[in-house]
Design a protein around this ligand. Structure first.
Ligand code: BDR
Ligand code: CA
Length: 304
C-alpha cells in the first residue's frame, strides 16, 4: 500500500485503474489532465467515478494543453465523447483546485513518501518539476503508462511508432523521462498483452465498469481486430501490487519531439561510443518489457 497521487485524463481504462487503486493504495488526490477528453471533462469524470465507487479523494484540475503544439486526435471512438463510454449522466461541474500546485505541495510536505501514478499525457508532472525542481529527489517513484518499445511487435497505437499518452505531449514526456525522477514505465509492450473479456468484466459485478466498457470492447473488436479490452492504465497499479509479475530493464529514455516519429520513445540499445549521445545526463529508468499476463489478470479480477 503506497500513498499515491493519481494523475489521469480519465477514460475507460483509467477508470479501471482507479477502481483497482481504490482497493489497494492510499489515494491522496486525483489530478486531471487533458488527453482522452478535455481537462474539464476529466474533472467531471473523476468526480463522478470516485463517487460511484465510494472513493473519497479530492479531485484537482491540471493542464488543458501540451507544452508544444497540440496533436489533433479523436479518442471518442475508443472512450466515447465523454471519455466514459457515453452511458452516464454526470451532474458534476468542472471546477477544481490547481493540480500542479497540489502535486508540488504534497510531495514537499511528505518527502520520500509520495508515488505519482501517471496514466495520461505527462504535462502536469513536467510542469511540477519545471516549477519546483527541488521536488525531484523527494518523489518516491513515478509509475507511468506510456510509450512503446516494440518488444513483442507492439509498436505504437496512434502512429506506427508512438503511443497515445506520450504522443499527446512529447515535450512533457521527454522532460519527465529524461529527468532524475525515479521512473517506472509500463509501455504498450506489456499493457497490450493483458486483455480481459466482456464476460470477465461483467463477472466483476461492478455495474459501472460493465457499462462504461461496452464501447471500448466494440472498438477493440471492430477496429483493432481483437476480442477483449486491453487493461493499459491498470498495469500501473498492478506494478505497485505485484512487481514480481514483470521483467524489467534499466535504460535512459528520450522522446522524439518532432518529425515523422513524433512521440516515439527511445531507449539505449548499445553502449558503442557515438559522437552525439542523446542520453547524456539522462536518468536510468525502469522499463517493464515483459509481463506474466495471466497472473496480472487473475490478481486484478480477484481483487475487484
Ligand atoms: C493510453 O491511451 C489512453 O487512451 C489510455 O487511457 C491509456 O492511458 C494507452 O495508449
Ligand atoms: Ca489514460
Amino acid at each position: 500500500n503506497r500513498k499515491i497521487i493519481f494523475d489521469t485524463d480519465i477514460g475507460v481504462d483509467d477508470a479501471f485503474a482507479l477502481a483497482y487503486a481504490a482497493k489497494t493504495q492510499t489515494i491522496l488526490g486525483i489530478t486531471t489532465v487533458f488527453g482522452n477528453v478535455p481537462v474539464g471533462q476529466a474533472v467531471k469524470n473523476a468526480k463522478l467515478f470516485a463517487r460511484q465507487i465510494g472513493l473519497d479523494a479530492p479531485v484537482f484540475r491540471g493542464c488543458s494543453r501540451p507544452l508544444g503544439l497540440a496533436q489533433i486526435s479523436n479518442s471518442a471512438k475508443v472512450h466515447g465523447s465523454d471519455g466514459l463510454g457515453d452511458v452516464l449522466s454526470n451532474p458534476f461541474d468542472d471546477q477544481a483546485d490547481n493540480a500542479v500546485s497540489f502535486i508540488i505541495d504534497t510531495i514537499k510536505s511528505q518527502p520520500g513518501e509520495v508515488t505519482l501514478v501517471a496514466i495520461g499525457p505527462l504535462t502536469n508532472i513536467a510542469m511540477a518539476i519545471n516549477l519546483a525542481p527541488e521536488i525531484i529527489p523527494l518523489v518516491k517513484e513515478v509509475v507511468i503508462m506510456g510509450g512503446a518499445f516494440g518488444t513483442h511487435g507492439h509498436a505504437g497505437n496512434v502512429s506506427p511508432q508512438s503511443e497515445f499518452n506520450i504522443w499527446k505531449d512529447p515535450h512533457a514526456a521527454d522532460q519527465v523521462l529524461s529527468s532524475a525522477l525515479p521512473v517506472v514505465v509500463l509501455p504498450l509492450d506489456v499493457t497490450h498483452e493483458v486483455l480481459i473479456s466482456g464476460e470477465e468484466i461483467r463477472q466483476l459485478n461492478v455495474p459501472i465498469l460493465t457499462q462504461i466498457s461496452q464501447g471500448y470492447l466494440k472498438y477493440s473488436l471492430e477496429r483493432e481486430g481483437f476480442e477483449g479490452m486491453a487493461l493499459h492504465d491498470t498495469l500501473t497499479i498492478s506494478w505497485l501490487n505485484h512487481p514480481e509479475f514483470y521483467t524489467t530493464v534499466k535504460s535512459p529514455v528520450r522522446v522524439v519531439t518532432e518529425g515523422i516519429s513524433l512521440g516515439q520513445t527511445l531507449r539505449r540499445l548499445t553502449h558503442l561510443a557515438s559522437r552525439y549521445d542523446p542520453f547524456a545526463e539522462c536518468g536510468e529508468q525502469t522499463l517493464c518489457l515483459q509481463v506474466n499476463a495471466q497472473l496480472v489478470r487473475e490478481a486484478f479480477l480477484s481483487c475487484l
